[in-house]
Design a protein around this ligand. Structure first.
Ligand code: KG4
Ligand code: ZN
Length: 340
């Protein structure tokens, strides 16, 4: 079964062709980073306009790279939400138009279900049920994912998502966008214990997260101590470097993500953990999870970095799973996008 996946929930215009849910025939992503960079975050109106420009060429390119014609597609899969409504509507309208014109079935995919599906593109396949840490710019949550792909929320953030915290502090430091990637790079080789930032854990058994306190503490630190010195210009006592700040801030986020993922596995009596979403591309998070897994308490599943951040392979793959589980969906041409 050949599925075309389309994803436009935020600032990536993506299309992919996937056979039988796992064989990737093509994956095309048009990034809007350079457009949103000057603003230090995604500007929704600009994102929608850019999706409009990119969507047809991106779909055409995905089909061409896969060597597949429109007529050879069996099903179309598209992200319906959550995300920026104006952005989602571009992908959704394109998918509906194609489905109507070609007379092909259309499957609506929840963006988070797409991210979770990326766990199956990790080389090995987690034994279900498994624990899935979904950690992105918009979400930070732990799910128990069952054999049929259904998932149960175990705990989520009470305020900011981890990616949001990365992006907001990176904006404050003016080090580039997306902030997570910038902080990841600066942190490499720096001292994660240089500055102690708070970790919100709630009570011992809680699987909820909170990153707004950390964000405030980091902002206050900059206010009190002044902006960080560049790494090459470490001067007298009291100064701190950008690298050490980035590494310490990153460590505070990673500590909690690792701790709670392991706790979730223990509480559910499960021995497979996957981490997905943009922040799962973080090199320190990947290393720390791998170190924990090396203790032998659980097996770890991490999608390749390119399938952690937004992409359409995960949407096509999730559409396949939904199709196999429930068959065709009805009323698809009346489908609306949803933000939350
Ligand atoms: O999954 P994603 O592409 O979009 C959402 O669904 O939100 O995730 C984007 C988020 C951004 O906050 C970005 O800063 C973060 O993922 N991110 C990273 C890294 N790469 C992307 N965060 C930490 N380290 C990274 N290497
Ligand atoms: Zn995403």
């Amino acid at each position: 079964m050949i599925i075309l996946g389309i994803e436009t929930s935020c600032d990536e215009t993506a299309a992919a062709v996937v056979r039988d849910g796992k064989e990737i025939l093509s994956s095309v992503i048009a990034s809007q980073v350079s457009i949103h960079s000057p603003y230090g975050g995604v500007v929704p109106e600009l994102a929608s306009r850019q999706h409009l420009e990119y969507i047809i060429p991106v779909i055409e390119s995905a089909l061409e790279k896969a060597g597949v014609s429109c007529e050879q597609l069996d099903v179309l899969g598209v992200t319906q939400g959550p995300g920026l409504v104006g952005a989602l509507l571009v992908g959704l309208s394109a998918a509906k138009a194609m489905a109507y014109a070609l007379g092909k079935p259309l499957i609506a995919v929840n963006h988070l279900e797409g991210h979770i599906q990326a766990a199956f593109i990790s080389g090995g396949v987690p034994e279900s049920p498994f624990i899935c840490l979904v950690v992105s710019g918009g979400h930070t949550a732990l799910y128990r994912v069952d054999r049929d792909g259904g998932s149960r929320l175990l705990g989520a953030t009470r305020d900011d998502a981890a990616g949001e915290a990365f992006d907001k502090i990176a904006k404050l430091l003016d080090i580039g966008y997306p902030g997570g990637i910038a902080i990841d790079k600066l942190a490499s080789g720096a001292n994660p214990e240089a500055i102690h930032f708070p970790r919100s854990r709630f009570d011992k058994e809680s699987l909820e997260f909170s990153f707004s306190g950390l964000k405030t503490a980091a902002a206050n630190f900059i206010r009190v101590h002044g902006p960080p010195a560049s790494d090459s210009a470490r001067s007298g006592a009291g100064s701190y470097t950008l690298g050490d700040f980035a590494a310490s801030f990153q460590e505070a986020i990673v500590d909690v993500l690792v701790e709670k993922s392991v706790k979730a596995a223990q509480q559910c009596g499960l021995s497979d953990i996957a981490a997905v979403g943009g922040v799962a591309a973080n090199s320190r998070l990947r290393t720390r999870l791998a170190q924990e897994a090396a203790s032998g308490n659980f097996r770890l599943y991490l999608p390749p970095v390119e399938f952690c951040t937004d992409n359409a392979v995960m949407i096509a793959s999730a559409a396949y799973r939904i199709w196999m589980r429930s068959g065709p969906q009805h009323g698809m041409l009346e489908l609306d996008a949803y933000s939350r």
